[in-house]
Design a protein around this ligand. Structure first.
Ligand code: AHZ
Length: 312
């Protein structure tokens, strides 16, 4: 990796930071019993700052035009990203997650218990990821939900064509006119409007803090069921009169809910595919509670639907 040479603002030569030479490369075994003589390689604070900001701003520049934006990095959004990013290294995929920590509700099972349950055939997704599980017949159990989520995250983040922007909220959708004979006011979705989440949370008590944008021919929304942040895109579709009203998530019925969510994962308006529990708000589908197979397989279906649209 090329390391830039940093200079202090004074411009004085003696403050210049030398390029790092990896002279201190050591194995962990070599460090053992040698702590008296131990020291880290040298650094200047500005090098750390530049190492982070240079990459972040390059990513902001690069992903301002993305092929696909995924809104929400919960179990469905991350599953979608995993399948898409792996299948199609040619596509540039931005994930926008409002929280600092990606993963949505998938760090624990039901009622904050550790284990995560997935009904078959979602075990196929776990096998693909390489997450071990116990087989209980019709369903499988991962010993800790965090094992699923951390493995999925590490696979997604390792893909070179995916960038996760966390602590960033999608505040609005970019639209373009796409009139049809049935609806002269119809639009297609053409990207997202973003802001730092902390800024989004303070629009009521700060004067105008304008957002940023990402253009993309396809947005996949997986923002979960209604709540402080949830069901974002589909609620916006109602207020911009692209769908008449939301069905409203119905009560818990695991059997009905999981099949419905996977089967109904689709392009809801042109340019916007919806997956995971956000769909239950559109269609008035049941919730499933703490069983996550539908989130993984809705992600697989969302990726498939997205590729059909992208390749059209
Ligand atoms: O922070 C949210 C979470 O990580 C994020 N999000 C929501 N609105 C956003 C916005 N901009 C950016 N405007 C946003 N990010 O979206 C993520 C949603 O994750 P989730 O785990 O809530 O949803 P999911 O559909 O992936 O998984 C649902 C899991 C559930 S809920 C449920 C039940 O209530 O019965 N059962 C299951 C399995």
């Amino acid at each position: 990796i090329a390391v830039g040479i940093g200079h202090a603002v004074t411009g004085k030569k003696d403050l210049a930071v030398k390029p790092a030479v990896n002279s201190q490369a050591k194995t962990l075994a070599e460090m053992e019993d040698n702590w008296e003589s131990f020291s880290f390689a040298p650094i200047r604070e500005s090098q750390v700052s530049r190492a982070m900001t240079r990459r972040y701003f390059a990513d902001l520049d690069n992903y301002a035009e993305s092929d696909i934006v995924i809104v929400g990095a919960g179990s469905c959004g991350l599953s979608t990203a995993y399948i898409l990013g792996k299948k199609r290294p040619d596509l540039k995929i931005a994930i926008i997650e409002a929280g600092v920590a990606p993963g949505g509700g998938a760090w624990l099972g039901g009622q904050l218990f550790s284990a995560m349950v997935m009904r078959k055939p979602a075990d196929a997704f776990l096998n693909d990821l390489g997450v071990p599980f116990e087989d209980e017949g019709d369903f499988v159990v991962v010993k800790h939900a965090a094992l699923f989520t951390s493995t999925l995250l590490s696979r997604v983040l390792s893909l070179p064509n995916i960038k996760l922007f966390n602590a960033t909220t999608v505040e609005d959708l970019i639209t373009r006119p796409a009139p049809t004979s049935a609806d002269p006011h119809a639009v297609r979705i053409a990207g997202v409007v973003t802001n730092w989440t902390l800024v989004s949370m303070h629009h009521d008590d700060q004067s105008c803090m304008d957002p940023n944008t990402i253009n993309a021919p396809l947005v996949i929304s997986t923002t979960g069921h209604d709540g402080p942040f949830g069901a974002f895109s589909v609620k916006r579709l109602v207020s911009m009169q692209q769908i008449e009203k939301l069905g409203g998530m119905r009560g818990l019925d695991m059997r009905t809910a999981e099949d419905a969510i996977v089967k109904r994962t689709r392009e809801v308006v042109k340019g916007l595919v919806v997956g995971g529990m956000e769909l239950s708000e559109v269609d008035g589908a049941n919730r499933m509670g703490p069983t996550f197979g539908a989130m993984a397989l809705s992600g697989v279906k969302a990726a498939e639907e997205a590729l059909k649209i992208i390749d059209e």
